[in-house]
Design a protein around this ligand. Structure first.
Ligand code: ZN
Length: 325
């Protein structure tokens, strides 16, 4: 199993740049900028990353992100994160960027994009695209401001637009997602992570969601399951994240196997790997422990991606070759 997971070409569609900040880089950037609000030892950071609930996780996530100030910081982070993905045989990744968190701190969008693009260019062997997002709990007007920044300064490698943060009603974001879609961006909202299937419906109906971040609550609504299955609307699932934010009780209680049995197009992702003490490889190990076919998950990752057809076809053919050998 270990060698199969390593050999499979993988796509990672739901991973947050800021949630992939390593302790070493966190310490280095905190020292550089004199930020005293983050821990300064590996043991302390591990304790800091023990989350009581989802809002507590968001609070820590935002504080950690404050160490990112200049373009060089964003370059270092992007290069680090993309390098770690490439080392796991990830060939294609769509990385979420919590752009609104940086905007509210007064960081210019040009700084963010300049840094992450430099990091992207520095790592060979992997295609990376960006999905800037905003924190839904901070309101629709911040969503508009975030989209304005993306449309004015985003590079061609920006393929989608998302909403994350504490999960609030999705209906108020219909206008900003309408504008994002009209500009050619894919709609990739978080929904149904811990606030019920109704949030997934509103992400579909109000935001025109083309892929759902998490959506693990979907199983509670048979009509929604049929809808998602019939349209092959993908759900990006991250088991360890759901355990660590206490959205599910334990790994063995995770709905991933049931989602696949229901015929849903599910992808496997690491979400915030350093904060949740995981990697994409660890997620594949967890999925295998749950009895799930990892080859299907690898295939689903490319199928559900916004990669071009040639990249998808090459990856799927390679997966077939690995699975058959
Ligand atoms: Zn996420």
């Amino acid at each position: 199993m270990e060698s199969l997971i390593a050999a499979l070409p993988k796509a990672e569609l739901h991973v947050h740049l800021e949630g992939s900040l390593s302790p070493a880089l966190l310490f280095a950037l905190a020292r550089k900028h004199g930020h005293r609000g983050v821990p300064s030892s590996v043991e302390a950071v591990e304790r800091w990353y023990e989350f009581r609930d989802f809002p507590h996780f968001i609070e820590i996530y935002r504080t950690a992100g404050e160490v990112l100030v200049d373009a060089e910081d964003f370059r270092l982070l992007a290069e680090d994160v993309i390098g770690a993905l490439a080392a796991q045989n990830v060939r294609y990744a769509e990385l979420s960027v919590s752009l609104s968190d940086h905007l509210v701190r007064g960081i210019a969008p040009e700084v963010v994009f300049e840094g992450i693009e430099a990091g992207r260019a520095a790592v060979p062997g992997i295609e990376v695209r960006w999905i800037p997002d905003f924190a839904g709990d901070r309101g629709a007007s911040l969503g508009e401001r975030t989209l304005d920044a993306v449309l004015a300064h985003g590079p061609a490698s920006v393929v989608g637009f998302g909403v994350g943060g504490i999960e609030v009603d999705r209906e108020p974001f219909a206008a900003v997602f309408g504008r994002a879609r009209a500009a050619g961006l894919h709609s990739v909202p978080h929904a149904g992570e811990n606030q019920g299937p109704e949030r997934v419906w509103s992400a579909i109906r109000a935001l025109g969601a083309e892929r759902i971040g998490h959506g693990i609550d979907s199983l509670r609504d048979p009509a929604l399951v049929s809808y998602l299955r019939d349209r092959r609307l993908p759900l990006d699932v991250s088991p360890m994240s759901n355990v660590r934010t206490r959205a599910v009780r334990s790994l063995s209680a995770h709905p991933l196997p049931a989602m696949l049995e229901a015929g849903l197009l599910v992808t496997l992702n690491s979400d915030d790997p350093t904060m949740f003490g995981t990697t994409l490889t660890d997620e594949y190990r967890a999925a295998a422990a749950l009895g799930v076919d990892v080859v299907t998950l690898a295939r689903n990752g490319f199928e559900a991606s916004f990669a071009d057809d040639a990249l998808k076809a090459a990856a799927l053919a390679e997966i077939d070759a690995v699975a058959g050998s």
